[in-house]
Design a protein around this ligand. Structure first.
Ligand SMILES: Nc1ncnc2c1ncn2[C@@H]1O[C@H](COP(=O)(O)OP(=O)(O)OP(=O)(O)O)[C@@H](O)[C@H]1O
Ligand SMILES: [Mg+2]
Length: 258
């Protein structure tokens, strides 16, 4: 069974269609990216799939559940149990410590303390941040903050990990480090990931890419070969897609050498 099935979802803001009848599925364990020019609806799509926004029409199925059919209270629980979020601006609580931030989903879920300790140990070791657990967020580097945010997003074993421009605030080195983490979550843990990015280098870590244009699903491509070949395919697709090239080429591009 697919982890996620999206059936003709649309989103209309003030009569302006931002998402237009988008359909696709994601299988369990897939690592899928979403690309498209600025304003094409990437964040709106991700927020809708994450139940942070409500589509105007269409259906979203996570396994056999349609979250938009749930009551408000059950929807909050669904989001907390089944989804993990990573954002460009980290969205951490700055005055709390790394460990307090990471544990939040388990605290909200009223999990027991031994389980929390065990999971904290596991995720911080996995992400190489076990020495940072007592530090306050506002004393960390951008890369360390994003690792903390990823740890918080996966501590409860979500069925779907959603990331919106997770490297958008990071330099090239930290961006690659963060993408190696996503790649390893996908390869080692079989985590199902859906990630939005502007950047063809970042996108080349994914296995499949969906391209949006003006709120519609324009095309999709699969990796097939190696990362460098995929990168070239992505650049070619972006050229076809048109739009402002400055939308795509970021600080990472000239330094890229896979
Ligand atoms: N809350 C809102 N109210 C009205 N319009 C909105 C709202 N959120 C997004 N939009 C509009 O929807 C369109 C798509 O926005 P969205 O943020 O999804 O694009 P995006 O592809 O993520 O762009 P970017 O690459 O710049 O992040 C834009 O035209 C935007 O102005
Ligand atoms: Mg966006």
């Amino acid at each position: 069974m697919s982890t996620l099935r999206v059936n003709k979802i649309s989103k209309i803001y003030e009569k302006h269609p931002v998402l237009d009848r988008i359909s696709f599925s994601i299988e369990s364990g897939e690592f899928v990216g979403i690309m498209g020019p600025s304003g094409s609806g990437k964040s709106t799509l991700l927020r809708s799939l994450g139940t942070l926004d409500h589509p105007t029409n269409g259906e979203v199925w996570m396994k056999d559940e349609n979250p938009f059919e749930l009551q408000q209270k059950d929807l909050a629980r669904f989001r907390r149990k089944k989804l993990g979020f990573v954002f460009q601006q980290f969205d951490l609580l700055d005055t709390l410590t790394v460990e307090e931030n990471i544990l939040l989903p388990l605290i909200l879920n009223k999990d027991d303390i031994p389980f929390m300790k065990q999971r904290l140990q596991e995720v911080t070791t996995e992400l190489g941040i076990e020495k940072l657990v007592k530090m306050r967020i506002d004393s960390l580097s951008g890369g360390q903050k994003q690792k903390t945010a990823i740890a918080r997003a996966i501590i409860h074993h979500p069925e779907l990990l959603l990331a919106d421009e997770p490297t958008g605030s990071l330099d090239s080195r930290a961006s690659h480090e963060i993408m190696e983490i996503f790649y390893s979550l996908h390869k080692q843990n079989k985590t199902t990931i859906l990630l939005v990015t502007h950047d063809p280098v970042i996108a080349s870590y994914c296995d499949r890419l969906l391209f949006l244009k003006d709120g519609r699903l324009y095309n999709e491509i699969y990796k097939g070969g190696n990362q460098k070949e995929f990168f070239q395919k992505i650049v070619d697709m972006l050229a076809l897609l048109g739009g402002d090239r400055r939308d795509f080429y970021t600080v990472n591009f000239p330094k890229y050498d896979p």
